[in-house]
Design a protein around this ligand. Sequence first.
Ligand code: WT7
Length: 659
Amino acid sequence: MDREPVPKKPRVGEEESNGLHSPVTLCHTAPSNELWYQESLKAPEAFWDQLAKERLEWIKPYDKVMDVDMNSGDIKWFINGVLNVTVNCLDRHARDNPDRVAVLWEKDEPKQHEPVTYKQLLDMTCQVANVLKSQGIRKGDRVVLYLPMIPLAIAIILACARIGAIHSIVFAGFSAEALSSRINDATAETVITADEGVRGGKTIPLKETVDTALKESPCVKRVLVATRTGAAVPMAAGRDHKLEELMKEESTECPPEPMDSEDPLFMLYTSGSTGKPKGILHTQAGYILYTGLTQQYVFDCRPGDVFACVADIGWITGHSYVIYGPLSNGVTTVLFESTPVYPDPGRYWEMTERLKVTQIYTSPTALRMLLKSTNEYVTKYDRSSLRILGCVGEPLNDKAWQWYYTVVGEGRCTVVDTWWQTETGGIMITPRPSANDSTPKPGYPMNPFFGIEPVLVDDKGEVITGNDVTGNLCIRKPWPSMARTIYGNHEKFLETYYRPYPGYYFTGDGAYRDKDGHYKITGRVDDVINVKGHRLGTAELESAMNRDGRVAETAVIGCPHDVYGQAILAFVILKDGVTDDEDSIITGLKAMVKTGVGSFAVPHKFLIVPGLPKTRSGKIMRRILRKIANNLYEELGDVSTLANPPVVNDIMQKWLKEA
Ligand code: WT7
């Protein structure tokens, strides 16, 4: 067969000598971009087969590469294969290079980092895995994690994978109530947390929040508590245990559980159009293959690299590019506990100099926040180790792109604006610098990754051909790390992703394909908003606020914000007869969101209005609210068909007065 060879023999490359590493054996021969891409679409089975055989260590080989029906949403990859992802992330590297640094923990405390080698991480993971087993946790059990960014968190995550338990990480910024609803949805019997977290010099009361959550989560039988600050926290007798104490009793060896390719690896909740967050489920082989592949090729990852994805492990970016992708490739991953502005806006670049970071992967919001300070915070540090500057979560606007490229990268590094989702498991549309891709264009994630075939579809479901066109972004071909289901609700999974456009995976985003065929994301086409790169369902925020007895109805929309991308704007209608002053109402609503979801989701602006624009059937016309909030009054269109036309003018007056 005439095909571009996938690199076979691992090649040890030039080692960057920063004293932290021993040589890595990551393959690094960049295949020709276009050829490889064409091949991946023409013969997907052969393409993925070769990669799965070469890149993964199997306990038992699979019989068939894939069995996927994009109409019915039945998805299986590497059928009947048996493996354990932790063998791929730990054992094989610890075997060859035990002293290579797996994790560089960048502590919240300025200028402090601690290395953890592959051998140490393997030992720690096995010890935790043995604790889990001693506690009676078995394959298929759900374990909820509410953790700070510490190396032990990675060992806990991998320990679940070691024994085949399904981890469900809940971002440590979520409230007790949000945590409890996720625990209950998964009917988890085990929660693992820490005494406290530390971020930006402040402590976060993790155990306390867990204790509050558990009042509403009777399914939980045990809580394991790791130590970060050593603060004294209440321990419920019989239920709570100090993790490190239990670890002392356990051996550092734990045989990996043989896992079927399609056994669940983890679930992760994300917001959709409806009120209830969805537990997106990912499985074993396809996920580990695709995250490793993208980590290597999108970031041009080479032996000796220090890869710094600064996302929290509570989001998919942290799962795929702090933990699974880089560790499966045996490279050094940075675990960043702090914030971009602690102790000052030079934090990323001071860290870059100290750790000799080669790739940094952050969010447009962080960049927009940083570019407000003087460039000296960047330029005073040596950034010559950097080669790739990555970004994810929301559109990277021109100003931020230019600043990243010119000031941070001195015009020498490639900017990769990567588009993907919790549901896709890994990066989907992105420049591919390892393969001499065309020069990235600001604001454009550019091109589909190997094996990915994006299509634009109009509202009737017709595929839009040609270039210089806009449409609903769908994906035509299956890829290994695609989500398999929504935990406990397969019907919802099909309804959300496979029924809107039969035969395609529907992303929920709109996109533009320019005259050269490059992609730009135009934003969500559903009621999901994206604030600081965090996805929030409007219905989720509304239902939290609607619990305030003084409120009749609320409607949340996203409006443009120069740092956050989108700010959250809440329209509020009060019940008849409520005479409380606006400040007290707003304070109350903020508290409602803080308890119902978390501080990070509190709306930035509230507008108390006499009514909301509705269709005759009672549906809120968010489109009209969005136009008003964007000051696009001429574009409101015909409002005479609304159930209550005058309300539009009332809202506009209120907006003009307060905006
Ligand atoms: C939504 C997914 C996947 C990691 C972070 C977010 C938006 C993501 C980009 C980008 C424009 C982007 C989309 C997508 N998004 N990356 N490069 N340009 N928009 O994961 O929470 O699942 O959110 O984030 O709207 O659907 P997520």
